[in-house]
Structures are given as structure tokens and as C-alpha cells.
Design a protein around this ligand. Structure first.
Ligand SMILES: [Zn+2]
Length: 183
């Protein structure tokens, strides 16, 4: 049976020596770190990645890593590491591509960003004043306040912070092999 190939751009979870989350990197970069002995492989799939020919004339192969750990402690400021910058794309991701007024799911390009507190009344484009809306809800709401248009928000928009939100926004789907390392 032919196994499905790992894409070299697949994300690999990178942990510090303390097992704290450091980030993710594409598989091809993780393989380079493994080959140069900078990291330890904690989890891998049973899919083999073919490498070059070694001095014995044999083609090398390696199980594709999914979780790796640094060999030397990396000094990082964790607050800085989990910073998620404000952007319309990240607001749509935070809101899981769901219109915050009619609660239907849409594609990214079928959503706008609405100023909850209207722009004309001084509402700013910030995490806490921006929500994803579909075009029709956006048109109905226009420059009215929530009270004026009778819309309500299921939950108040928040500024995403911390590690789990960071991962959800950056990675979207968390591979099963990562779960025991995320806490
Ligand atoms: Zn809507």
C-alpha cells in the first residue's frame, strides 16, 4: 500500500528544552535541524522522507518528524512570542469565519470587518471593536450602532492572547501528535 506523502511545508511543532512551546516550522526546515543534530525528535509519523545517498551508496531516509525539541535552551520572552498582530485576516480567523451577527459561516473573501461602535461615532479598528460580518449583515448594519439596528453579538470581541489562541490562529488544525505537548 502506498502511503500518503508528507508535504515538506507541513508544520512541525518546536519545543524548548523545558518542553515549552517555541513555535512551528515547516517540515523541510525541521529535517535540516534533525540532520545537523540541533534538535531531538519527540514524535514522528511512519511516513518516510527520502534523503541523499550516503557514503555507503545507500539512500538515506527518515521518518517525518511532527514534534521536535531543541538541544539547547532558547531564551525567549513568551509574551512576545504569542503576540498576534491585528489584521482583518486575523479578525476573520478569530471569529472562525462566522458572521458575528447572523452566525453563518462564510469563506474569507465573503466577509467584511465591521466597526461594532460605528466609525462615524469615533469607533476604531481595534481587536475589541472589530468583528467579521457577511456582506448582507454589514450592509444592513451600515453605520448604525448595535442598538439602532437591533443586532446583537453572541460574544464580545476580544484581543486574542496566549498560547492556545496563538496556535489556533497560526496553525488552524492541530495535529493529534501535538496534543500531549500543548497545555
Ligand atoms: Zn451575517
Amino acid at each position: 500500500m502506498k502511503s500518503k506523502k508528507n508535504k515538506l511545508t507541513d508544520k512541525v511543532l518546536v519545543l524548548n528544552t523545558s518542553r515549552e512551546f517555541l513555535g512551528t516550522k515547516p517540515l523541510y526546515k525541521a529535517i535540516k535541524d534533525v540532520v545537523t543534530n540541533q534538535v531531538i525528535v519527540l514524535e514522528s509519523t511512519d511516513r518516510l522522507i527520502k534523503g541523499g545517498i550516503n557514503k555507503h551508496g545507500v539512500q538515506t531516509e527518515m521518518a517525518a518528524p511532527t514534534v521536535i525539541c531543541e538541544r539547547e535552551y532558547v531564551n525567549v520572552k513568551y509574551d512576545h512570542l504569542f503576540k498576534i498582530s491585528y489584521s482583518p485576516e486575523n479578525v476573520k480567523l478569530r471569529d472562525r469565519y462566522t458572521c458575528q451577527y447572523c452566525h453563518n459561516k462564510f469563506k474569507e473573501d465573503e466577509l467584511n470587518i465591521d466597526h461594532v461602535h460605528p466609525k462615524c461615532e469615533g469607533g476604531k479598528l481595534t481587536w475589541t471593536n472589530s468583528v467579521a460580518t457577511c456582506f448582507s449583515c454589514n450592509t444592513i448594519k451600515g453605520s448604525q450602532s448595535l442598538k439602532e439596528c437591533g443586532f446583537s453579538l453572541r460574544k464580545m470581541p476580544i484581543k486574542p492572547s496566549g498560547f492556545s489562541e496563538y496556535l489556533r490562529l497560526k496553525v488552524k488544525t492541530i495535529p493529534e501528535s501535538w496534543e500531549q505537548y500543548l497545555y
